[in-house]
Design a binder for this molecule. Sequence first.
Ligand code: ADP
Ligand code: ADP
Length: 246
Amino acid sequence: DVILKADDIVKHYPIKGGILRTTTGHVKAVDGVSFELHRGETLGIVGESGCGKSTLGRVLMRLEEPTSGTVNFDGVEMYAQSGSAMRKLRRDIQIVFQDPYTSLNPRKTVGDIIGEPFDIHPDVVPKGGRKQAVKDLLDMVGLNPEHINRYPHQFSGGQRQRIGIARGIALKPKVLICDEPVSALDVSVQAQVINLMEKLQDELGLSYIFIAHDLSVVRHISDRVGVMYLGRMVELGTEAEIYQRP
Ligand code: ADP
Ligand code: ADP
């Protein structure tokens, strides 16, 4: 059962100092990537810095148009959708960013940050139920619901990433794209956040795309791993298939 299918995704950028330069003056950030994500699966995407992981992640949820290629999400051609249809589709495919220090608005309370998706999709929560819905989310990610009026700087790095995750799951999406969600955290905190993500996957039936530069971060959580190199997905399979081949 396939929830997301990427077909021959290509994304070029005008040259700004990338490693792989072509004679026509652009960086091939993503250079023909195809794969399928199965429902309930965690697909790890690993590769060194600059190989195109984040660009692919952004294209998969239409934060950025690809140069060519298609994304089919839950049976729907994502890039054939109008803006309003896409906004509806976004409910089901969300993203969590790497850096909990910069991706949370410092002037907003955590209540307003986590409640943002409800402002865009008001029908998701019953009238007057927004505050309780946010408190429930805080509780789900292991934060104190009474801290709803605090600001991001009043939380540790790991706690801030929990806030980012709470926002990401607020609409109960089908797919969560996690772009290096623990890379900025201490190793001990990384494990806690990954455990949380596994718990949430079980509770919500999420499918994950889990981007990391380091295999060690994703090996335990991933059902399959895709290895990217210079914009291409050069390997895709279970960890055993990829790394323990004779
Ligand atoms: P990764 O996430 O694996 O570190 P990225 O997707 O961020 O890789 O970047 C892939 C390549 O595309 C790099 O060469 C990077 O410099 C280039 N790139 C990424 N985003 C942009 C952009 N907005 N404009 C120009 N080049 C970009
Ligand atoms: P900008 O703030 O310049 O628009 P962003 O990358 O923050 O750039 O957001 C780009 C688009 O993605 C916006 O339409 C925003 O609403 C949406 N967006 C940002 N964060 C998320 C998220 N966690 N889940 C889904 N959509 C998001």
